[in-house]
Ligand binder design. Structure first.
Ligand code: SAM
Length: 313
């Protein structure tokens, strides 16, 4: 494992820390994050509002997808980190047929440990008919799988997904939340190409940086570099068009991409007013800058599974 791989894995702690802080401050509700990440460090209101917009918009699209196929689908969360969506969907009676989380072994090991220690989480994985298989880095339960794979190793990914009984004919939604940007563009393109080729009804939600060649974008890159993380995939994050191209040029045909500033403007006013009143917030300019530098892309291949024309955030 390279030094950069270690730094990339640490970005999960960063994301979890920011989510945990925002949740404890009341930006949104999630009873599960504290099972995985307890430490919190103070974050500025614009960071917490940015994370609200990120989590809220991804979950919105994800739920629309699940409802559109009456839950008869699979979700594959790539670079899932300590994401808690599986548990939250369960509470909302919106569980898909199967939910698969993928990350590096070092990350899945810590997630496995946290799940083993919490009866509340383990209990939700139980079914009358199937035993839960737990190893140091992986979990296989009846509707939940946590697997340890480097996403750059497509053969290994394919084998491990097989072990999760993935059905390539079922509508399958892949999610990557701030993940592809940490991979070399050739590797992320191979992954997108492989999914489009192998799956019959695939859909994809991608959230990550955009507009990285302006001054603020360069500052973001420098900031991460100083902490040891190289954004190896930044070439695909130059603007909205490069985000669209990476899908269209790799086998996908319905691509929608929006800057987070536009997603935020589309949120109901009661929500944005509540968010902006939660803490002393006087850096609207900084929030706008941040939201200008992230985007949400939702994609499908074919038309059945994820009719993007029907969905507006
Ligand atoms: N998706 C989670 C979220 O938004 O809370 C975690 C995001 S974190 C910024 C990026 C995650 O992607 C980390 O957990 C990291 O280990 C994972 N990741 C990045 N490159 C990966 C690769 N090649 N294989 C497996 N996981 C990877």
């Amino acid at each position: 494992m390279s030094f950069n791989d270690e730094a990339v894995q640490f970005t999960n702690d960063d994301a979890s820390c920011s989510k945990s802080f925002a949740i404890q401050r009341g930006y949104w509700n999630d009873p599960y994050i504290l099972y995985f990440y307890k430490q919190t460090e103070r974050k500025s209101p614009e960071i917490s509002i940015g994370y609200y917009a990120r989590v809220h918009s991804i979950r919105y699209l994800l739920k629309e997808f699940i409802k559109s196929v009456n839950r008869n689908c699979q979700i594959v969360s790539l670079g899932a980190g300590y994401d808690t969506t599986y548990w939250n969907l369960k509470d909302e009676n919106l569980s898909p047929r199967s939910y698969i989380e993928v990350d590096f072994p070092n990350v899945t090991m810590k997630k496995c440990r946290a799940i083993k220690e919490q009866c509340d989480l383990l209990g939700k994985l139980q079914s009358e008919d199937d035993d839960i298989q737990l190893s140091k880095t992986e979990i296989h339960a009846f509707d939940y799988h946590l697997i340890a794979v480097d996403l750059r190793e497509i053969k290994q990914l394919e084998q491990k997904l097989k072990a999760c009984f993935i059905d390539k004919n079922l509508p399958t939604l892949f999610i990557s939340e701030c993940v592809l940007v940490y991979m070399d563009v050739d590797c992320s393109e191979n992954l997108l190409k492989w999914i489009a080729k192998e799956f019959d009804k695939p859909a994809f939600i991608n959230y990550e940086q955009v507009n990285m060649n302006d001054r603020f974008g360069e500052l973001m890159i420098t900031n991460l570099r100083q902490r040891g993380t190289e954004l190896q995939g930044v070439r695909a994050c130059q603007n909205l068009q490069t985000q669209v191209d990476r899908f269209e040029q790799n086998g996908w045909n319905h691509v929608e991409c929006m800057k987070m500033i536009d997603v935020y403007r589309n949120l109901p006013q009661v929500d944005t007013q509540r968010l902006e009143k939660l803490e002393r917030f006087d850096e609207k300019g900084l929030l706008d800058q941040l939201l200008e530098h992230y985007c949400l892309t939702w994609v499908s291949k074919g038309s059945q599974a994820f009719d993007v024309s029907e969905i507006s955030i």
